[in-house]
Each structure stands twice: as structure tokens, then as C-alpha cells.
Design a protein around this ligand. Structure first.
Ligand SMILES: CC(C)(COP(=O)(O)OP(=O)(O)OC[C@H]1O[C@@H](n2cnc3c(N)ncnc32)[C@H](O)[C@@H]1OP(=O)(O)O)[C@@H](O)C(=O)NCCC(=O)NCCS
Length: 139
């Protein structure tokens, strides 16, 4: 897998990837999520390519205090090959290069399967409760 930054031509493949991985939600318009990311640190929107086709993604950002990773996804047909680990390693490297001291990420309730993945990468559950407030509705 080749890891590179997102390109506009990737949009349909990336949205299909997120749908196949169960990451889309009715309240998040994936096209709008992509468009917003392209306004902030677009180089940190990572795409994994295999045979010229996008098969993995990680939307990474540094907010000046913490690094965040969203939309980590590997094509279900190509999971357990080490590609998720490779994407997270690249995300960590890019964040460290920017002086980011810690990564935070959110795992949706019910997605317990992914906890084993993050555990094997050294991620632990924080003593914190995640709160959110919608500022701009997507729909
Ligand atoms: C999470 C995800 C990106 C992992 O990608 P992947 O390429 O299959 O993972 P890797 O092959 O790099 O696995 C890395 C390690 O995690 C472990 N692992 C992977 N999936 C696991 C699972 N479901 N349960 C337990 N351990 C798991 C692997 O055994 C591997 O450990 P090892 O290298 O020591 O053997 C992929 O399963 C996915 O796209 N899931 C659906 C979307 C999702 O839930 N994203 C995360 C949102 S928070």
C-alpha cells in the first residue's frame, strides 16, 4: 500500500470505502466532511492506494494541542494485512513532525472490535468523557 495525501479524484472511492466500513452516519454528509478537511491541513488527509485504487484512509489533524484521527478505514477485503497499523504509524509520524504531543481519537459505542486494534498499537482509554455540540447541521 502506498500512502499519499487525498486528491479530488478520490472522492467517490473514499465515500464508498467509508460506507463499506460502516463509518458514515445520516447526520454527517461525507462530501461536506471531505470539503471541510480540504480547508485545513489537507496534506494530513491520508489515502492508502493499492494498484492505483484508494483502499484506505485516515483524516488526521493537529489543533495546536492534540492530534486527532477520524475516518480510519481499510477496505474490508484487505483488512488484517497491517495497513491500518501503517496508516496510524504515518499519522503519528506526521503529527510528531509538527510537535504534537498526543493523539486523541473517538471510537463509537458499539464498535468494540476496533478496540483490540488500537490496544495493539498502544492506545489506552482516557479518563475523560467526550462531549459534543453541533454548530453547523449537515442536512
Ligand atoms: C480498524 C481498521 C482500520 C484496522 O485496519 P487493519 O488493516 O485491518 O489492521 P491491521 O492489519 O493493521 O492490524 C493491526 C493490529 O491490530 C490487530 N487487529 C486488527 N483488527 C482487529 C480486531 N478487529 N480485533 C482485534 N485486533 C485487531 C491485528 O491483529 C494487528 O496486530 P498484529 O499486527 O500484532 O497482528 C479496520 O478494521 C477497519 O477499517 N475497520 C472498520 C472501520 C473502523 O472501525 N475504523 C475505526 C474507527 S474509530
Amino acid at each position: 500500500m502506498l500512502i499519499r495525501s487525498y486528491r479530488p479524484a478520490d472522492e467517490a472511492d473514499i465515500i464508498a470505502l467509508w460506507q463499506a466500513c460502516g463509518l458514515t452516519r445520516p447526520w454527517n454528509d461525507p462530501k461536506k466532511d471531505i470539503a471541510r478537511k480540504l480547508t485545513e491541513q489537507p496534506e494530513l488527509f491520508l489515502v492508502g492506494e493499492d494498484g492505483g485504487r484508494p483502499v484506505a484512509s485516515a483524516m488526521v489533524g493537529f489543533d495546536g494541542h492534540r492530534g486527532w484521527v477520524y475516518y480510519l478505514a481499510v477496505d474490508p477485503a484487505q483488512q488484517r494485512l497491517g495497513w491500518g497499523r501503517a496508516l496510524m504509524a504515518r499519522a503519528e509520524q506526521l503529527l510528531v513532525e509538527r510537535g504534537c504531543p498526543k493523539i486523541n481519537l473517538l471510537v463509537r459505542k458499539g464498535n468494540d472490535a476496533v478496540l483490540g486494534f488500537y490496544d495493539s498499537l498502544g492506545y489506552a482509554q482516557d479518563e475523560a468523557v467526550s462531549l459534543g455540540k453541533r454548530l453547523i447541521p449537515d442536512l
